[in-house]
Design a protein around this ligand. Structure first.
Ligand code: MLT
Length: 209
């Protein structure tokens, strides 16, 4: 589908009481990428999966970067606002609750940007291999917002400083953060999937509006 401002897929829920998931792919992915993963993480959840609009050598992303880990902050700001508007429009069009964002890599970084700038749009977030996308002052009020941050100790794309800073900022903003550094690299492992599935079962439904 190309309406609502983003090429996207929407898959309605097949089980009641499951949190809708907003799927945000990594660099070079698209709206189909995380659908099979989501089916494992939270079977029966409604899935909203947009494709990033920026192309880097033909690879879709959610915002421009100047180099690996160095972001075009002006573009990130505009793209985050666009994605936020898409989520609001999709919630109305499809009649879904605030979703839990599930983002990988570039998708996790824009999910973090959404949490920090438009927190009311998300019920919570699963951030797989994310870093703090920008410093901000004052911090948003994320009181009680459930967030799972899973990082890799040997991740060569996401610096230890970047992920530690994201964890610190989320915690300082009051998020209900579960942060784990797994003995792995940038790619996802079965351990990530097990931890995310368990977390979604426990926290995905809390405080659903
Ligand atoms: C980003 O650009 O968001 C990060 O460097 C991770 C990625 O390459 O997608």
């Amino acid at each position: 589908m190309t309406d609502l401002g983003f090429i996207h897929r929407f898959i309605p829920a097949t089980q009641p009481g499951k949190p809708p998931l907003l799927l945000l792919h990594g660099t070079g992915g698209d709206e189909n990428d995380l659908v099979p993963l989501a089916a494992q993480l939270s079977p029966g959840s409604a899935l909203l999966s947009p494709r990033g609009k920026v192309l880097e050598n033909g690879m879709p992303r959610f915002f421009r970067r100047l180099a690996e880990g160095v972001f075009d902050l002006a573009d990130l700001k505009v793209r985050t606002a666009e994605l936020a508007d898409f989520i609001a429009a999709a919630r109305k069009a499809y009649g879904i609750d605030a979703p839990v964002a599930v983002g990988f890599s570039n998708g996790a970084n824009i999910a973090a940007a959404l949490l920090l700038t438009r927190p009311q749009l998300l019920h919570g977030a699963v951030l797989l291999r994310a870093m703090l996308p920008f410093e901000l002052e004052p911090l948003p009020d994320l009181a009680g917002k459930p967030v799972l941050l899973l990082s890799g100790s040997n991740d060569t794309m996401i610096s230890a400083a970047g992920r530690e800073r994201l964890a610190a900022v989320l915690q300082a903003a009051g998020a209900y953060l579960v942060y784990k550094v797994l003995p792995t690299g940038h790619n996802l492992t079965q351990n990530d999937l097990n931890l995310a599935a368990q977390w979604l079962k426990e926290f995905g439904l809390e405080h659903l509006t």
